[in-house]
Design a protein around this ligand. Structure first.
Ligand SMILES: Cc1cc2nc3c(=O)[nH]c(=O)nc-3n(C[C@H](O)[C@H](O)[C@H](O)COP(=O)(O)O)c2cc1C
Length: 186
């Protein structure tokens, strides 16, 4: 059975919402649900196999307001076995020392709920910034980084490439899971 996919985003001035809607359009029928965490219930997260999290950073390295309200409501969730992907929106020029920080904070909060599998880790090549808490390792962000303030012309290409990568990783994880199931059954 094909995995169900949902997008949950928070957005103060609309950039992350616009990106979430682009991802919705690119996923087409593969997407089951698009939710603004301003109105969503945390328990909705448990209904999907694959969850995309969209988060902008605000107030110099801080979590976006709607996410800051939503995260404490996630504390009872069990996200074990789910696949999660992140898209972070920030400003690498104005906030170079805190670029995409909230993506790291959100991943930590999500990981604490059962250590779901992260997909869509994205190279930092081509980005100019000083420091980020949204890093996976020295050369990768936890998810795709988007900068609508300075590099909106790159967003469509970044999303196309990233989504192709995410869907490929999901297929590989799925295939590996089935192989394990078969091996266990034998
Ligand atoms: C007061 C203020 C503080 C910000 N702080 C950060 C920051 O620390 N790091 C970052 O990457 N972007 C920062 N940004 C940039 C926003 O994340 C960016 O404008 C983003 O597109 C907003 O997304 P939204 O419209 O979905 O809320 C800040 C923007 C403002 C206005």
């Amino acid at each position: 059975m094909e995995a169900s996919i949902a997008i949950f985003f928070g957005s103060t001035t609309g950039s992350t919402q616009m990106v979430a809607e682009k991802i919705r359009d690119l996923l087409g029928e593969r997407l089951s649900h698009l939710a603004d965490v301003n109105t969503a219930e945390a328990s909705e997260l448990e209904q999907y196999d694959v969850i995309f999290f969209g988060v902008p950073t605000w107030n110099v390295g801080e979590m976006q307001d709607d996410w800051a309200d939503f995260i404490p409501n996630m504390s009872e969730l069990n996200l074990a076995g789910k696949k999660v992907a992140f898209f972070g929106v920030g400003d690498a020029v104005g906030y170079a020392e805190n670029f995409l920080d909230a993506m790291g904070e959100l991943w930590a909060a999500v990981y604490a709920q059962g250590a779901p599998t992260l997909v869509g880790v994205w190279p930092t090549d081509g980005y100019v910034f000083e420091a980020s808490k949204g890093l996976y390792d020295d050369n990768h962000f936890l998810g795709v980084g988007l900068d609508e303030d300075n590099e909106s012309h790159l967003t469509d290409e970044r999303l196309d490439l990233w989504l192709a990568q995410v869907l490929q990783e999901l297929a590989l994880v799925e295939a590996a899971g089935e192989a394990v199931d078969e091996a266990v059954a034998q």
